[in-house]
Design a protein around this ligand. Structure first.
Ligand SMILES: [Zn+2]
Length: 196
């Protein structure tokens, strides 16, 4: 499939601003896919004016969804670095796409780079999962396989990307307040569950 075909099947069917609002963690994956497509140096994107407008409207949606996600995850208390990157990406995605295709490409690359910075900053702040494949959410049976983002060797616990705090004795604390006792074994990854 040609790249333009890929762009069209990926999101060409969506009207501008109507990219399906994916809840939760998929927001980051969708944003990473668009950013990777625009910043891929081995392909020429956008191929047409319509592609340029489609890609920019998609970047706008990613910016908006990531901003909403950051504010929700941080209960409104978004750190200065995240606020700065949000402002930068907001300014860039807010600029109309130039009519000239090569200028449109340059502008899209700037906007995609800004959204990428936003993803990296939010990932570092623990506001979004930027791992591939995505970490399982705290509600998934295999929640304990999420990437550790913080390890405290002294007290023997890890904070996972999905917000779960995992203790060395396999006890855990979930973001919703759920507590797992150390005596209850965690399900094995990719295998049948362990009898309790
Ligand atoms: Zn993750």
């Amino acid at each position: 499939m040609s790249l333009t075909g890929l762009v069209r099947t990926g999101f060409g069917h969506h009207a501008p601003g109507k990219v399906s609002p994916l809840p939760g963690r998929s927001v980051a994956t969708a944003a990473m896919e668009t950013v990777a497509l625009v910043l891929d140096e081995t392909v020429v994107v956008p191929a047409t004016d319509q592609d340029a407008r489609d890609l920019m409207s998609r970047l706008r949606v990613h910016h908006r969804q990531l901003g909403e996600g950051a504010r929700a995850a941080a209960s409104g208390l978004v750190s200065g670095r995240v606020t700065d990157t949000l402002r930068t990406s907001g300014e860039l995605v807010g600029v109309p796409v130039p009519d000239d295709l090569s200028k449109a490409r340059d502008h899209l690359q700037s906007a995609a780079s800004a959204v990428k910075d936003l993803l990296v900053t939010m990932g570092a702040a623990g506001l979004v999962c930027v791992h591939q494949p995505e970490c399982p959410p705290a509600t998934a049976p295999d929640f304990h396989t999420a990437h550790p983002v913080l390890r405290c060797l002294a007290t023997g616990y890890s904070r996972l990307c999905n917000g779960v705090v995992l203790f060395e004795d396999t006890g855990y604390l979930k973001p919703n307040g759920g507590i797992g006792s150390p005596s209850r074994p965690l399900p094995r990854v990719g295998g049948e569950s362990v009898p309790a």
